[in-house]
Design a protein around this ligand. Structure first.
Ligand SMILES: [Zn+2]
Length: 205
């Protein structure tokens, strides 16, 4: 019998749609910024970024996994609490963390930015076999630290308050002006103390 397919912790399911509530222009001491009409304190993170709303549904009631989608809040939590993005277990307060990415034709570099949270070694091995994207080619690295850099999100026009058209999320630094006009969907971290990993050795380890 085949083992069931692995559904990563950060995957969004069909009963967890992303919501973009109505927005308005707010005014603060440093100028105007985007807000939700019915904004609550939980809509922003500690850096003041406005986050998309996404239902958090208990594991048994989430419906079918949508493997092409990432759950914004579980991704954010995995980055902040250093959870394995596949099994969701805490990786603890270690001096190194494993990151696994699609091969972009080069090893993972120092201070490279990513929205893909760390993985534990057993899940890295499973992912390399089970994930269609990683099967085509993957790179991995041990990383000493991964401080937050910013968010990837949906950008709004400061004048019209309409979403700026585009297929991709835009990357915005936490200390930038652009952060005022973005609804975040992923946290971006910067990888520090990068030591590339030979995937063959990871399998053997
Ligand atoms: Zn894991």
């Amino acid at each position: 019998m085949q083992s069931p397919p692995v559904v990563p912790y950060i995957t969004a399911h069909e009963n967890e749609p992303t919501l973009l509530p109505p927005v308005l222009r707010r005014h603060g001491p440093e100028g105007p910024f985007l807000g939700f009409v019915d904004e609550a304190s939980y809509d922003r993170d500690g850096w003041g970024a406005l986050w998309t709303r996404q239902a958090l549904v208990p594991a048994g009631r989430r419906g079918r996994p949508r493997l092409e989608r990432v759950h914004a809040l579980r991704q954010r939590r995995a980055m902040w609490d250093a959870l394995c993005q596949v099994c969701g277990k805490s990786l603890g307060n270690e001096d190194r963390y494993l990151f696994l990415m699609r091969d972009a034709g080069r090893p993972i570099g120092e201070r490279e930015r990513t929205t893909s949270p760390p993985v534990c070694v057993p899940c890295a091995r499973i992912s390399l076999e089970a994930c269609p994207h990683l099967r085509k080619g993957a790179v991995a690295a041990w990383v000493n630290d991964f401080p937050v850099w910013g968010v990837a999100g949906v950008a709004y026009d400061p004048e019209t308050l309409e979403v700026i058209p585009g297929d991709d999320l835009v990357d915005v630094r936490y200390d930038s002006e652009e952060l005022r006009w973005v609804v975040a969907a992923r946290r971006i971290v910067s990888l520090h103390g990068v030591e590339p990993v030979d995937l063959g050795k990871l399998h053997a380890a």
